[in-house]
Design a protein around this ligand. Sequence first.
Ligand SMILES: Cc1cc2nc3c(=O)[nH]c(=O)nc-3n(C[C@H](O)[C@H](O)[C@H](O)COP(=O)(O)OP(=O)(O)OC[C@H]3O[C@@H](n4cnc5c(N)ncnc54)[C@H](O)[C@@H]3O)c2cc1C
Length: 352
Amino acid sequence: MTIHGLRIAIVGGGVCGMVCAAALLKEGVDAHVYEAANVLGEDEARLAGVPLCSNSRRALKAIGIWDAVGAHARQAFATAQGQLHGARGREYYQFLSGMPGHEILPNGDLRDKTVDGIPRSILLGVLTRIVGPERINVDKRCVRIIESPRGAILHFQDGSTASAEVVLGADGLRSTVRRYVTRSGDTGLDPHLKFSGTICYRAYIPMDAILAAGTTLDFSNQPFWFLGKGKHVMVYSIQGATLANVIAFASDLNETARSPEPAPETTREAATSEVLEVFRGWGPEVTKLLACADKYVKWSVDVVQPIPSEGWVRGRVTILGDAVHGMHPAQAACTGQGIEDARLLGKLLGHS
Ligand SMILES: Cc1cc2nc3c(=O)[nH]c(=O)nc-3n(C[C@H](O)[C@H](O)[C@H](O)COP(=O)(O)OP(=O)(O)OC[C@H]3O[C@@H](n4cnc5c(N)ncnc54)[C@H](O)[C@@H]3O)c2cc1C
């Protein structure tokens, strides 16, 4: 039940949009989500763990949904991901040099921090139950926003429309709502989106194949982080330790001036030979591991250039999550920041 007359439309049903919907509903605000895809979170990263650090947990607790989310995170630990992301009482990532010899590197005070992990598709499933499917409208790609003194009309690709008093854009890095808010035009290059200089190669590799390749580290029972100059490789077990989620990053900071590639090309397939070439000269644990994948998904990591906060709002429309501060995907910084955005917007709009 909602207590305000205020109707809020959230564009984008990713983690930040869905947490924001939950935060608004908790405050008694009538919130509705409009998502371009036909199923939430069914992308190639669905199995990947979303790390929930202390800032995310605090915000989720304040919204009143941590018990529901946390229960599934623990269940995911127990049944799907073993000790992924430093389950209580176990080690966090083991940091090793990626070079031959694989020297053990200190991991500072990270051991004392707890981070919960939950596969993205499970998290979005929990959030769907919290928000209620009747408030989530899929297959609704927002293409235009038109404001009037009394409200805003969202126009969708399928020709339909929806009205709201306030619009929140949680539509990710290539945000349509950001283009509206920052007056960046409907087409052409978005001046706020930049290539970060980092390429990321991702693969889910059967644990049996890794063992058969003759690696000596136990990838099923310990997350590892291999470091080298301008590159790093993360690996942790998922799906009851039957699969390893391997994520290899390679950065060239001279490349940051390059414009982002058009949307479909930001993720594409890459041959295993390309990844092995990028990590040529690295130690055997890394090269044997990387050689086990049939192929990789190659992802150009784009970021949103800082937008001064006075530019985050236009009329009745604002932006949150990756749409406003998309950053390098390290340690769930952007997810955490976006969950904090959601909490704050829930509070502010709940008092309006
Ligand atoms: C492949 C991949 C892997 C990642 N891995 C990590 C990781 O390991 N660690 C980490 O910290 N971060 C990672 N990230 C980043 C992290 O997922 C995001 O920072 C975080 O989820 C931000 O969420 P968001 O809800 O703001 O945006 P998103 O998760 O991008 O969600 C945006 C949603 O909006 C929808 N949408 C887009 N345009 C429209 C439109 N016009 N109309 C309606 N809906 C629209 C999209 O379909 C999507 O569902 C990863 C991101 C990707 C893409």
